[in-house]
Ligand binder design. Structure first.
Ligand code: ADP
Ligand code: ADP
Length: 233
């Protein structure tokens, strides 16, 4: 199955007696190993889409399949289980635990899976090596640069070997050069076969993906394939 399959997905919110259609009849497949960016103006439904794909929320209509499993109608616990197994999150603000070292931050998702301590730390070191942070494993977040923090967050997102990595404006708090380095990390994930879904309001960031999905008023306005030779390096 595709890593993610949305069909006829709608999401409504009620706000002060008024109904907001955050998403309306959205159908979209993310093939395994694909790299997709989502763009759209503020309020177009990007966060809502991420929350549904990330099993943080349920749709009002339609179905969401993650790795072939229908998560649309699962309980909070059921979704938490799928989320822990199938989804890695990378945020604009890194969201690392300040008192934990880089290694402990990366190992944290494995605690919830019952992996024993020695195996967790070994796995964390492997993941930190993948993102070029072997010499920073014992540093706490405040001892790391912005780019290094985001690399720790990427390593953590990979801890459970997820079917999909969701990145919400992952370069938003980084200078241009560091942002490019982080996009290079996503490119490497993509080349290694991970499915990546990236949200950005910046076109030059989104052009690192294989295709750009444009949202407007909760609907897919268009999907643009980015030619290999045009993809940002
Ligand atoms: P984006 O991420 O593109 O800015 P969102 O998905 O956050 O868009 O929002 C889409 C629409 O849904 C907006 O009109 C927003 O105000 C509304 N919305 C989002 N979350 C909620 C919520 N929890 N309650 C009510 N309305 C919401
Ligand atoms: P900054 O936010 O300071 O720009 P970066 O993430 O760009 O942080 O890099 C900080 C330091 O880590 C740099 O000196 C860089 O050479 C080193 N570094 C970054 N990525 C890697 C990598 N993949 N492998 C080895 N060293 C790296």
């Amino acid at each position: 199955p595709p890593a993610v399959s949305l069909s006829g997905v709608g999401k409504r919110y009620e706000r002060g007696g008024e109904v907001v259609r955050a998403l309306d009849d959205v159908s979209l497949d993310l093939p395994r190993g694909s790299y997709t960016a989502v763009m759209g103006p503020s309020g177009s439904g990007k966060s809502t889409l991420m929350n549904l794909v990330g099993c943080l929320d349920t749709p009002s209509a339609g179905t969401v399949l993650v790795d072939g499993e229908d998560v649309s109608a699962l309980s909070d616990d059921g979704r938490a289980r799928i989320r822990g197994q199938k989804v890695g999150f990378v945020f604009q603000t890194f969201n690392l635990m300040p008192r934990l070292t880089a290694r402990e931050n990366v190992a944290l998702p494995l605690v919830f899976r019952g992996v024993d301590r020695a195996d967790r730390l070994e796995r964390a070191d492997e993941l930190l090596a993948r993102v070029g942070l072997t010499d920073r494993t014992d540093h706490r977040p405040n001892e790391l640069s912005g780019g290094q923090r985001q690399r720790v967050a990427i390593a953590r997102a990979l801890a459970n070997d997820p079917a999909i990595v969701l990145a919400d404006e992952p370069t938003g708090n980084l200078d241009a050069e560091t942002g490019r380095a982080i996009l290079g990390e996503f490119e490497r994930l993509h080349e290694a076969g991970t499915t990546v879904l990236l949200v950005s309001h910046e076109r030059h960031v989104a052009e690192h993906a294989e295709r750009i999905v444009q949202l407007r008023d909760g609907e897919i306005e268009g999907i643009e394939e980015i030619e290999e030779r045009r993809r940002a390096a």
